[in-house]
Design a protein around this ligand. Structure first.
Ligand code: LLP
Length: 395
């Protein structure tokens, strides 16, 4: 019981508040110790089943995060040539890089071929032909996985679902066979497998069970026609607990991988790949912001922070909830506030009717669980500077 308790405490994100007081806000803060514990926990669960994991760099591309990814030997999932470049610059081996995206430009394809990345996750027949052409000019063969749209409902926010028929991602299932056959005819393409990704912030396991059964069918049908499928990539999407980040700072990777172990039929020699983003980095980051004013309105009290939707767009874009902790209020009384930013948009609201210890000008707030799709989605609207980040001292 006691050791359990200690374990829980050690997973709670630690804030060096005294250091924060000196710093210009807003900024992202990454707890690197928690990040490493998360990566280790994930690798431990994945090693029981021998899976290959690629970090989805789009979630957070801070160089310190990529350094840990490199050190632990993970691969990387990229969705642009710039992400491929960042991964290479961080010292990630090209053989561990996969590259998806519906609109890869010729120059992005060229440099990925030059770098000899592990594979392109190809999203259309047109793209396949262009990759073949570009590889041909270089007298090279590009390895490809075909991204298939499995028409699985991930039961997540409609902005971050990707595996439904009406989504722009991937090749339709009924076109799969033709596309694989085309790969065999294209001289500069080597077909090495199938890729899927059904969405993000998925908190139930059922969509993954459905995905497994779809993959079993699709791989089975290809094999019955004599096509070999060496690699299966099931993407990412595992969700995190935005409500209770300290209680559940590390996602349940064992159950997640367990679903695939139980439901996916892997043939000998087949490798199963994952592309995890949010579940690895989400809980490790917070957006630290200072309260500029507390405005007492007729109906509402507004906490006006110096961070806004330009720094963290998830609440405005998806109605996403992020827990907010007042790091400096010592009041034992509570107020109810709308926590808002300074941007000239009425959607610039982090949370409405939120209970927090009495808050005043100068207080520091931590907007939690912002490690994934936080800093990377920042913009310069209103000519604001992009937020910077700092990291915890590594223990
Ligand atoms: N693989 C592919 C092909 C993807 O498109 C994504 C995410 C991932 C892997 C990683 O998914 P994750 O494990 O992080 O769920 N901006 C949104 C999330 C967009 C996800 C885009 N694709 C948000 O803030 O919720």
């Amino acid at each position: 019981m006691i050791s359990n308790f200690l374990f829980l405490i050690s997973d709670i994100m630690q804030f060096p508040i005294e250091n924060f007081r000196e710093l210009t806000t807003p900024f992202y803060y990454y707890d690197m110790a928690l990040f490493e514990r998360t990566v280790k926990a994930m690798l431990e669960s994945a090693s029981n089943v021998d899976y290959s994991v690629h970090y989805a760099i789009k979630a957070c591309s801070a160089s310190e995060i990529l350094e840990v990814i490199r050190r632990y030997g993970l691969g990387v999932d990229c969705v642009s040539g710039w992400e491929v470049k960042a991964a290479l610059n961080a010292g990630i081996m090209p053989q561990k890089i996969v590259f998806a995206g519906v609109g890869k430009q010729d120059a992005e394809i060229e440099s990925a071929i030059d770098a000899d990345i592990f594979c392109f996750n190809v999203e259309s027949v047109e793209e396949l032909e262009i990759i073949n052409l570009i590889a041909g000019k270089k007298c090279k063969k590009a390895r490809v996985c075909l991204r298939i749209n499995p028409d699985i409902d991930a039961h997540t926010h409609h902005h971050i679902t990707t595996g439904l028929k009406e989504d722009k991602f991937g090749i339709q299932m009924e076109d799969m066979e033709k596309a694989v056959a085309l790969c065999q005819q294209l001289h500069n393409i080597e077909f090495i497998g199938l890729h899927f990704h059904i969405g993000s912030q998925i908190t139930e396991m059922q969509p993954y069970i459905d995905l497994c059964s779809r993959v079993n069918d699709l791989v089975g049908s290809l094999e019955s026609k004599g096509f070999e499928v060496k690699n299966i990539n099931v993407g990412g999407g595992l969700g995190i607990d935005y409500k209770e980040p300290d209680e559940h700072s590390i996602p349940d990777f064992a159950s997640f991988f367990g679903v695939f172990k139980k439901h996916l039929r892997l043939r000998s020699g087949q490798t199963l790949h994952f592309e995890l983003g949010r579940s690895l980095v989400g809980q490790c980051g917070s957006l630290i912001t200072r309260v500029i004013y507390v405005k007492h309105g007729k109906e509402k009290n507004f906490v006006i922070a110096d961070a806004g939707m330009t720094d963290l767009i998830r609440p405005a874009l998806y109605g996403a909830y992020h827990r907010i902790d007042n790091l400096t209020s010592s009041s034992s009384e509570y107020g109810v506030y709308d926590v808002v930013g300074p941007i000239c948009e009425s959607s610039d609201v982090f949370v409405r009717d939120y209970k927090m210890p009495l808050t005043q000008r100068g207080d520091l707030l931590a907007i939690r669980s912002a490690g994934a799709y936080g800093e990377v989605m920042a913009s310069q609207y209103n000519m604001r500077p992009l937020p910077k980040h700092i990291i915890s001292a590594v223990d």
